[in-house]
Design a binder for this molecule. Structure first.
Ligand SMILES: [Zn+2]
Ligand SMILES: [Zn+2]
Length: 376
C-alpha cells in the first residue's frame, strides 16, 4: 500500500507558522505570524529564536501574503513585515534594517517532523562565548596575511598549475644545438603476409559478423539497468520564509533500482585473412644496391575453401639517418626522397630537446663527407 499523507499523519503542502520561545518569560511555542509580541509578557518576537515546529504543533496559515523576510528594526530589533517602511514598535525608519535570519529548510523525505528544531539557546551562547575567548576555534579565521585557509589552498593550487604549465611549455620548446656526423643511412621495407583462416570468435548477438557460421548463443549478464522501484511517492521539505512562516513543499518522487540485464552471448566461426608473418628487406646504401621490396613465396592452401592460402598484405617502409652526436647515437626518419639527399659521413647540426631526442626538422648539413673510397 502506498504511503499517503493520511496514513503517515503528515500535514499537506502549504504555508504554516514558525514557532518561537519568549526568552524573557519562558513561554514556548509562540506563533511566528500571530504573536509578534509575547502574549504573556509583551516582549517583542526575537527572530533568532524561531524554529520549525513538530508535526503536531503545525498551525496552517490561510491566504498568507508573503512579502519577503522580515526587516529587523535598526533601533529596537523588532522584526517588521518587509512591506513596512517604519517600525511598528518605535517608529524608526526601516530603510537600513537587515533581513531577519532564516533557518533554511528541513528535509522530511517521506516521513513527518517528529520533533521541532528548537535550538539549545544556552548551549549556543556557551559555544559563542568559548569561541570568543579562544578556547575553541571559530572555523573561518584568517591564518596568513588576512587570507583564510580555503583561499590559501585555492591560491596554492592556481600557482602550482601555472608553474606546471610553464615547465611543460619550457620542456616542449627547449632546444640546444648539437653538432655531429651522419654515421649511416639505413632503409627497411616490409610486406605483411596474410593467411586465409577459419577463426572462432565471440561477441554479443547483434555484433556477430553477417557471414558467421556455426553460431552458438547462450544468455549472459550484459550489465545493469535502472527500473522503477515501487510506485511514485510524495516527499516534502519545509522552507523558512523569514517572516515567521514556512512553506511545506511536496513533490512526487520515483525511486529506481538496478536490475540485471541479460542478452545473448555467441560464439561463431568466420573465414578471414589474417596477418601471420612478414618478410623484410633492409640495407645501408642508397644506390648500391638501392632499396627494394623483399622476395617471398606464398602458400597456395589445401582444403576445399583454400584455408592456409597466403596473400601479400600491406607494405611498410622506413628510411633512417643515423646520427653520431659526440658518441650519442640518434636516428631521424624521413621519406625516401628526403633520405636520399643525405650522405653518410657529412657533418651536421641538429636541435636536441630536453629529453635528448633530436628535432629532425632542424637537421642540417654543415660540411661534406670526407671522400672515402667505396662510400657514396
Ligand atoms: Zn514573554
Ligand atoms: Zn523599532
Amino acid at each position: 500500500m502506498a504511503e499517503t499523507p493520511e496514513s503517515t499523519g503528515r500535514k499537506e503542502a502549504g504555508t504554516y507558522q514558525m514557532l518561537w520561545d519568549c526568552k524573557f518569560c519562558g513561554t514556548e511555542k509562540l506563533l511566528g505570524i500571530t504573536h509578534r509580541h509575547c502574549p504573556n509578557c509583551g516582549a517583542a518576537q526575537d527572530p533568532t529564536q524561531r524554529y520549525f515546529p513538530a508535526e503536531e504543533d503545525m498551525v496552517a496559515l490561510e491566504d498568507h501574503q508573503y512579502v519577503g523576510a522580515d526587516k529587523i528594526c535598526p533601533a529596537c530589533q523588532q522584526p517588521n513585515s518587509a512591506a513596512s517602511t517604519y517600525c511598528t514598535e518605535c517608529g524608526a525608519d526601516l530603510a537600513t534594517g537587515e533581513a531577519a535570519p532564516t533557518f533554511g529548510a528541513r528535509d522530511l523525505g517521506t516521513g513527518i517532523a517528529d520533533s521541532d528544531t528548537r535550538r539549545d539557546v544556552v548551549q549556543d551562547n556557551f559555544n559563542a562565548e568559548m569561541a570568543r575567548i579562544g578556547v575553541t576555534k571559530a572555523d573561518d579565521h584568517p591564518v596568513f596575511l588576512g587570507l583564510r585557509k580555503q583561499q590559501l589552498v585555492i591560491g596554492g593550487v592556481i600557482a602550482a598549475v601555472i608553474v606546471i604549465i610553464g615547465a611543460i611549455i619550457f620542456a616542449v620548446t627547449y632546444r640546444s644545438e648539437k653538432s655531429g656526423t651522419i654515421s649511416a643511412l639505413t632503409w627497411e621495407r616490409t610486406i605483411d603476409i596474410e593467411e586465409f583462416q577459419q577463426i572462432r570468435g565471440e561477441d554479443w548477438d547483434e555484433s556477430v559478423p553477417g557471414d558467421a557460421y556455426n553460431e552458438d548463443c547462450r544468455e549472459k549478464q550484459r550489465g545493469t539497468k535502472q527500473i522503477e522501484d515501487g510506485p511514485p511517492h510524495e516527499e516534502c521539505k519545509d522552507v523558512d520564509q523569514g517572516d515567521g512562516s514556512f512553506k511545506r513543499e511536496c513533490r512526487m518522487v520515483q525511486d529506481y533500482r538496478s536490475a540485471t540485464e541479460v542478452d545473448d552471448w555467441c560464439t561463431y566461426t568466420v573465414d578471414r585473412w589474417l596477418k601471420t608473418r612478414e618478410v623484410t628487406a633492409s640495407g645501408t646504401t642508397k644506390n648500391d644496391p638501392p632499396p627494394t621490396w623483399p622476395d617471398y613465396t606464398l602458400a597456395t592452401g589445401t582444403s576445399v575453401k583454400r584455408f592456409g592460402q597466403e596473400r601479400a598484405g600491406s607494405q611498410h617502409e622506413s628510411y633512417r639517418v643515423v646520427l653520431d652526436l659526440d658518441g650519442d647515437t640518434k636516428t631521424c626518419s624521413f621519406d625516401q626522397a628526403q633520405w636520399e639527399t643525405f650522405v653518410a659521413g657529412s657533418k651536421i647540426e641538429v636541435g636536441v630537446g630536453i629529453s635528448g631526442g633530436p628535432d629532425c626538422d632542424t637537421l642540417k648539413v654543415v660540411g661534406s663527407a670526407p671522400a672515402l673510397p667505396g662510400r657514396e
